[in-house]
Design a protein around this ligand. Structure first.
Ligand code: FES
Length: 570
């Protein structure tokens, strides 16, 4: 593309009143004339926020990206968007993923940029940014915030998220004091950066690298490692090249790259949340991807021994070789797919080596067999549900037991620790009302706490089923994303305490063992809940959110619009 044909010329290339306005107001920041000479203008989309501690290092990275852009002959312009602090937002950051995506999409479209570098990290920031960018489809690269340093407490490594769940269960079981619990807080988070377990943030950063949307090694370099700053600098140089060669996002995120992501998600023991995020991103690009495609990874073994599926943390993963070493193990199973280096993904692992086999296992000698997300279907989940076997108790993956039903999250909180709750270790805990529309926002509450009485007996896992999600740092035999959700009358809405439920992960089955005539009777008396929200984003969201198996995007945001900006295109 010639410099005159660049998108940014529509803002800064005109010698008329509009051109004056666009250039002049930018010059109030001290930019010289030559910044507007037709060179590629690169937007740096920054989700930095002190309310998103995971992304608190992004200002440093933004500076480094700018260095690289200037060096390569481009003009970098940083802009902020909504930031989603997973641990800080109520009711749940997932409610706002699509809002971030909308914000990113509209900013990229409305401003005069030719390419964009996405700076994200915390769970929803990465998929939200990519969804938005995909709907505009300019040349795009991601630089992730990077994981925190390993957590340390009383001489041992502790993992963000994973140990919070363990410690809180220990407190409930009387095996840890509240003073010990609180003293672990500071050791848990020793630097800026994302959760340093293989939670959703590390998973999405890993999959971004596997899909070739970042430079190699982006996923695992610690947030405070100088090499991450170097990577940001090099990314600035690379995005200028992608603009010059007009390599758009849709050239990178193809069906093949999504398949590679599914394979890799199994190998890294990635978060179950990757399912809704990948489905939503694919929906923006028009890539045919369904829940059933996640079965592609079902037979891939667990290679990365990181919490919550294993024992190590992201810093260890980085030093062991990171994603390039995992790609090398996947070898010919990988599909051919173009990357931001404008070559095949195999080039990311051409020189890769594994430096610690305890952390990254060989494909022939894995940490666990068949670790990929399993898709479940049956009378309880006609549109599907998922389970993450690598984080589950093997003996519970085939289980039939009586349901103990909680109608919503408030009901769960009120009764789960009731000493009189009729529950045994064979019971199946069922939680309703936590799907995309029901909560709303599909919160990470699927890993319900073990009833206090059973926790006190040392029981740490039970089969749990809901239309909710689960934190990528959590573990347990937890069936998630049941669709259709209870709120819109899915079969989950009809389950009653005492019903038998059958889970078979090996056969992909989730059955409600109740006579169909009885279910028909129950359906007759079921009534949908009235719309709870009269205004604002929650109203928009609940009116338009799709179900989990469709990525939980808003229905009117699916697809893209790459037309030049005019009054009609809006
Ligand atoms: Fe932000 Fe985990 S809370 S990455």
């Amino acid at each position: 593309m010639t410099s005159n044909g660049r998108r940014s010329r529509g803002w800064y290339g005109k010698l008329d009143r509009d051109g004056f306005i666009h250039r002049s107001w930018m010059k109030n920041q001290g930019f010289p004339d030559h910044a507007f000479d037709g060179r590629p203008i690169i937007g740096i989309c920054n989700t930095w926020s002190e309310f998103t501690p995971c992304n608190a290092g992004l200002r440093v990275l933004a500076k480094a990206v700018k260095r690289g852009v200037w060096e390569a002959g481009g003009f970098p312009v940083e802009f902020p968007t909504t930031s989603l602090g997973e641990t800080q937002m109520k009711p749940t950051a997932m409610l706002f993923r699509n809002l971030l995506a909308m914000d990113v999409e509209e900013c990229i479209r409305a401003y005069g940029m030719d390419g964009v570098v996405l700076l994200g990290g915390c769970d929803k920031t990465t998929p939200g940014q990519i969804m938005g960018a995909a709907s505009v489809d300019l040349p795009t690269i991601v630089v992730s915030a990077g994981p925190m340093l390993n957590g340390k407490w009383r001489g041992r490594d502790i993992g963000s998220g994973t140990h919070v769940w363990k410690f809180s269960e220990d407190v409930r079981a009387g095996q840890m004091t509240i003073q010990e619990f609180m003293s672990a807080e500071a050791g848990n988070s020793r630097s800026v950066g994302t959760c340093m377990t293989m939670g959703t943030a590390s998973t999405m950063a890993s999959l971004v690298e596997v899909m070739g949307l970042s430079l190699p090694t982006n996923a695992a370099l610690p947030a405070v490692d100088a090499r991450r700053t170097t990577l940001a600098h090099l990314t600035g140089r690379r995005i200028v090249r992608l603009v010059e060669d007009d390599v758009r996002l849709s050239r990178i995120l193809t069906r093949e790259s999504f398949e590679n992501a599914i394979l890799a998600n199994a190998a890294i023991g990635g978060s179950s949340n990757a399912v809704v995020h990948l489905l939503a991103i694919a929906g923006r690009l028009g890539v045919e991807l369904t829940l059933d495609d996640f079965e592609l990874g079902a037979d891939i073994p667990l290679l990365v021994n990181c919490m919550p599926s294993g024992q190590y943390l992201m810093e260890d993963f980085c030093y062991a070789g990171g994603i390039p070493a995992v790609l090398a193990e996947l070898g010919n199973r990988l599909r051919f797919a173009t990357t931001v280096l404008q070559s095949d993904i195999r080039d990311y692992c051409a020189d890769a080596e594994c430096y610690n086999r305890d952390v990254i296992a060989a494909f022939e000698d894995p940490v666990k067999d068949a670790a990929g997300i399993r898709v479940l279907r049956g009378s309880l989940a006609p549109d599907g549900a998922i389970i993450k076997p690598s984080a589950a108790s093997p003996e519970l993956l085939e289980h039939t037991g009586p349901a103990v039903v909680f109608e919503n999250i408030e009901d769960l909180r009120e009764r789960i620790d009731d000493e009189n709750l009729e529950v045994t270790r064979n019971s199946v805990l069922v939680l309703k009302g936590c799907g995309p529309r029901g909560y709303p926002g599909m919160p990470e509450v699927g890993n319900m706490p073990i009833p206090k009485r059973l926790a006190g007996q040392g029981i740490r896992d039970m089969v749990r089923i809901s239309d909710a999600r689960m934190s990528g740092t959590a573990f347990g035999t937890v069936v998630l994303h049941v669709a259709p959700e209870a709120q819109i009358g899915g079969p989950l809405a009809l389950v009653r305490t005492g019903d038998q439920i059958m889970l078979s992960a090996s056969r992909g089955k989730l059955e409600l063992l109740v006579d169909s005539r009885e279910l028909a009777r129950r359906r007759e008396s079921w009534r949908p809940e009235a719309q709870r929200y009269s205004r604002g984003y929650a109203r928009l969201y609940t009116d338009h959110v799709l179900q989990a198996h469709q990525g939980a995007d808003l229905d009117f945001l699916v697809g893209k619009d790459t037309r030049p900006v005019t009054r009609e295109s809006h």
